[in-house]
Design a protein around this ligand. Structure first.
Ligand code: CTP
Length: 406
């Protein structure tokens, strides 16, 4: 997110055991550039002390202020106006019911009633309360008024029950909030997106292989972002230590040849193809059937043969209207190499990065990239891989619109 003017999130915390997770949520929102103000209900204050939120947010926490009626009116209006987004997490059945009825009897319910900002709620409660028709009715009333809802997850609840009602992962809530702030909600609905990620493994013998330092983080961030924005996403992944994002179809690959085979089968039906994988350029000419033994001091010679270039093969079969994006991890002459790859592989965009720069490349959560197209070269500042993912998708959508207009 642009740092020029920080967006303001008013975070409403209500009284449930998940209130402690709001601390982490606040941190995540700040990390993504938001300025967070907290409003708590009296009951939330029994779970987490207002001082915790005050310290984390760097702002006074608005609590139930009937004890301070002189400031109440002013405070709630000021906060309601300041909000670019109003987020309530965790949201109890009680606050949802109050919001649905327009009840304003404490600081939080009064402030949310007064705000004109978009509202997002992340409910958390006992399964019985969640499933109760009264709660479900209140939610549908709120949804019909434009309130966004991050539905609770299913799992083991603090009350001992198992079922729906667990506060959704705070990462998901934070991301939804940031998307709403950026007005970037589900703009990829109906699009099919194939993302490749991670390294390949080329076996030398039954116990050894050649691979590279790709962690898969960038590709997974793109798959996650595209899914969040409404696309139907398939993730073709090499061996990585990452969890496949929810709602994304995973197709694993081992070798570059396997990647080529799966990608060739899937590519024709995609609207957007993003190749963040790092397939090995070479493989052993022959895979030893048994473990290769030490050569008693003699040099070890491995004979390698070139692998197919997957991006080039797919590029050659690209249909009109499809947008193909590749990556170029370089250590020198970044732009020159990127431009060469753009043409050679018939790509519409290359995401180029100098992997020798701190904060870019392998196994880190940030990246510094330049988006290279035929027409332009756009160097982005260091940002999280999640943010880079959204920038890549923004550009891919723009390229797609330009193609459609042709
Ligand atoms: N790529 C590919 N098949 C390969 C090697 C790379 O499809 N055998 C793809 C990668 O997924 C990436 C792009 O091509 O999107 C560029 O990868 P990179 O390793 O930077 O380029 P290479 O073509 O391998 O060029 P070089 O190793 O000479 O830099």
């Amino acid at each position: 997110m642009e740092e020029k003017s920080k967006k303001c999130v008013v975070l409403g915390v209500t009284g449930g055991i998940a209130a402690y997770k709001a601390c982490e949520l606040l941190r995540l929102l700040q990390k993504q550039g938001a300025d967070v103000y907290v409003v708590m209900t009296k009951n939330a204050g029994r779970f987490v002390a207002p001082l915790t939120f005050e310290t984390l947010s760097g702002h006074p926490v608005a609590c139930d202020t009937f004890e301070r009626p002189a400031t109440w009116e002013v405070e709630h209006v000021a906060l309601a106006k300041r909000a670019d987004l109003f987020l309530i997490a965790p949201a109890t059945a009680n606050i949802l019911a109050k919001m649905a009825c327009g009840i304003a009897d404490d600081m939080l319910s009064t402030t949310v009633l007064a705000t004109r900002a978009p509202v997002l709620v992340a409910p958390a409660m006992n399964t019985g309360m969640w499933e109760n028709p009264a709660t479900q009715h209140n939610l549908s009333v709120l949804a019909s008024r434009g309130v966004r809802i991050v539905a609770p997850a299913t799992g083991h609840l603090a009350c001992g029950d198992s079922g729906a009602g667990k506060l959704e992962d705070v990462q998901v809530i934070a991301q939804t909030a940031m998307d709403m702030l950026r007005g970037r909600v589900r703009d990829m609905e109906g699009l099919r997106v194939l993302v490749t990620a991670g390294p390949s493994r080329e076996a030398l013998d039954p116990v050894r292989y050649i691979t590279n330092r790709s962690s898969g983080k960038m590709g997974y961030a793109i798959a996650r972002a595209a899914q969040r924005r409404g696309a139907q996403v398939t993730l073709l992944s090499g061996p990585v230590a990452l969890e496949c994002p929810q709602g994304v179809g995973l197709v694993p690959f081992g070798t570059t040849a396997e990647l080529l085979q799966s990608a060739s089968a899937l590519a024709p039906e995609q609207d957007v193809l993003i190749q963040a994988a790092a397939p090995a350029d070479y493989r052993a000419k022959e895979i030893a059937p048994q473990k290769i033994k030490k050569q008693s001091g003699a040099p070890m010679v491995l004979e390698l043969v070139e692998n197919p270039d997957v991006a080039a093969a797919l590029g050659a079969a690209k249909r009109p209207g499809q947008v193909f994006v590749g990556f170029a991890a370089e250590t020198n002459d970044v732009l020159e190499h990127a431009r060469g790859k753009l043409a050679r592989k018939r790509l519409d965009m290359i995401v180029a990065n100098d992997v020798t720069r701190p904060g870019a490349g392998f196994d880190v959560d940030t990246n510094i990239v330049t988006l290279v197209t035929k027409e332009a070269c756009d160097e982005l500042p260091m940002m999280s891989k999640d943010e880079v993912a959204d920038r890549i998708l923004d550009r891919a959508l723009a390229l797609r619109s330009a193609k459609k207009a042709e």
